[in-house]
Ligand binder design. Structure first.
Ligand SMILES: [Zn+2]
Length: 113
């Protein structure tokens, strides 16, 4: 099912890491990404399915991913955690964390205290 990009008619490739924003929350979905202009398209029903799945799981309304800007301090680069995520995970601010680099992603795991 090769489709071409409606914007530039470029070739589109399936991607599983398309970010889409719904009501202020960002989710990762499956869809197509144009190889030429980089435009992303969420699969036909993926968006709706994802919303239904999130509702079933009781996840609806919980942000899974939010954008933040890094900032520089004298000792290095700082990430501020969104307060929604702090609350959802019960972060107090003195936990030990482990940081894993996965390609261009950074995974932060909070160690059980
Ligand atoms: Zn395109």
């Amino acid at each position: 099912m090769a489709k071409n990009c409606p914007n530039c008619n470029g070739e589109m490739k399936e991607a599983e890491d398309i970010l889409s924003e719904i009501e202020g929350y960002v989710f990762i979905e499956k869809g197509l990404r144009c190889l030429k202009c980089g435009e992303e398209f969420v699969g036909e029903n993926a968006g709706q399915k994802m919303i239904e799945a999130s509702r079933k799981l009781g996840l609806w309304g919980e942000p899974l991913k939010l954008y933040r800007k890094l900032s520089k301090s004298a000792r290095g680069t700082v990430i501020r955690l969104p307060s929604d995520i702090e609350r959802a995970l019960g972060i107090k601010g003195n936990e030990e964390i482990s940081i894993t680099k996965i390609g261009r992603r950074i995974c932060i795991e909070i160690s059980p205290s």
